[in-house]
Structures are given as structure tokens and as C-alpha cells.
Write a protein that binds this ligand. Sequence first.
Ligand code: HEC
Length: 285
Amino acid sequence: MLRWMPMLLLLAGCAPAPRAGAPLKPEPVDAVGLHNVFRLSDNVFTGSMPEDERSFESLQLLRIQTIISVDGAPPDVDGAESFGLRYVHLPIGYDGVPEDRAKAIAKAIRDLPGPVYIHCHHGKYRGPAAAAAALRCLEPNHSAASLVAYLKLAGTDERYRGLFAAVQRAPATLDDATVEFPSRVPVADLVTRMVEIDETWDRLKKQPMAANAIVLLEQYREMKRATPERDERFQTYLAEALDAATELEANLRAGADPAAVIQRTANACTACHAVFRDNRVSSPP
Ligand code: HEC
């Protein structure tokens, strides 16, 4: 038995060592008018949605040629065009990066003029996950651990399990199929409503005024009318959100300190998302 040992050791020595996955090395970048900007490679950047001229100028300074939005909001295609930038709209939810989407984004990175800038709304959750899943299709050797570390660095909360799963599963193989790179696609009604509610909420946080609270209240009422098919649990969360917005509007109109009810309104968003948005996993590893 013993005399076989050197031979076995020799054989083991010949086997190629498994290649350790090359880590992704994201670098934070300061850019006026944008947040959470990271440079992932010479060709790929991620960050928040460009919202004004300053943000498009910043993208020009970074020499970006193509912007890829994975957000539900309609991209400002004309604004981007006036800065010579092309927009591609490939939206995803919070439940994961569907394999086809990861491939389409990977092909956009590979085939469209670069560098590309990939964004969601804040540049913290969906954009980083989509970019990481796509990069892994192009570079399967990227270690999953470093992609997870990048998501955490960008600010992705652990509760977005579907997004974490998407960067850890086996990367999709790129095929020869051609994909469309549309500049703006329609999204589901609920996503559109949420994008609008989110804008109102941003305004309310900056200017806590009854006029803004009434818009939120109307948007929730409209959402209730439009989602009769959703289950009782969803309706309970929506009812709480409606109640909170009603109280907020009354409170602001009366000129009372709104801190507590603003918190209640914010909690209503988080509570519903925790059940119906964040914790879904569409693409297990
Ligand atoms: C009663 C439930 C409910 C409430 C209340 C709610 N949301 Fe949502 N929200 C959802 C669901 C469900 C989705 C995921 C939709 C999808 O991807 O299909 C979502 C998605 C979103 C999105 C992502 C849109 C995109 O680009 O895909 C944003 C932003 C958002 N909500 C903001 C808010 C804010 C801000 C509030 C509170 C002021 C709020 N939501 C209150 C259920 C809710």
C-alpha cells in the first residue's frame, strides 16, 4: 500500500489545480449628479438614474456611449440623445435577474459602443445585480464571492434574496441569438404606478406639504381601484398605506409636526415590499 503513495502524489500533482475565480474589483467613482457610481471594468460602470443635464454631462466625462436602464421608469431617451448617448431599456424586478435578461445585458455590453453605464433608480440594488449577472456571463471566471461583495458594497440589502441568488447561480452561456436593444419598453401597470408613487414620495420627503400628500393619497386610491384581483393580504397592506397617507395629508393640512406619520407612511412602503416585492426569488442558484 505504502509504495503506491509517491505515485499517487505524483498523479495528484499533475492534475490542474482548479482556477480560483478572478475577483471583480469595483472602484467607487465621484460623479456630479449621480450616486453610487462604480467602475467595474474599463467598459462597465453602474450607478443611479441620470436625472438632469449635470448627470448626462458626468456620463460624457466618463466617456460613456451607451446607457442601460434596468429600472421600471421610462428612460429619458431624448435627454440622453442630446448628449450623444444611446439608451437601452431592459427592466427587471427585485426578485432576480432572469437568465434571458442577464444574457441580453451581456450582449449589450459586448456588442454596443462602450463604455456602458448600467443603472436602476438609486444604483444600489437592481443595477448592480444586473451588471454582476451579465458580467458573469461574459467572464464566467469571476468569483461569485466577489460579486456578492460588490452588491454589498453598492448597498444591496440582504433582504433582496433574489438579487443575491442571481449573481451566484451558474452563469448563462451566451448563444448566437440576436437580441433587441429597445430604448424604451412598456412595463406592468403596477410597476408604472410604483414609479409614480416613488416620485411623489421623493417630493414629499423634500417638501412635506399637504399638496404633495394628496397626490400620494390619490395614487394609492387609484392603485386600489386597479388591483381588485390581488389577495386579501395585499389589500391589508394597501389599506394601511392608504390610512397612513390620509393621516399624513390631514396632519400637514393642520400644520402639525409630521415626523411620526411620515415614518408611518414610509413603514407602509417597506412592509408591503417585504412581503410582495423584496423576498421573492425567481432565479434560484
Ligand atoms: C400594498 C403594497 C405596496 C405599497 C404600499 C408600496 N409598494 Fe412599491 N411595490 C410594490 C410591489 C408589489 C412592487 C413590485 C412590482 C413588480 O416588480 O411587479 C413594488 C415596486 C416598487 C418600486 C420599483 C419600481 C420598478 O422600477 O420596478 C418602487 C421604486 C416602489 N415600489 C416604491 C414605493 C414607495 C416609495 C412606496 C411608499 C410611499 C411604495 N412603493 C408602497 C408594492 C407596494
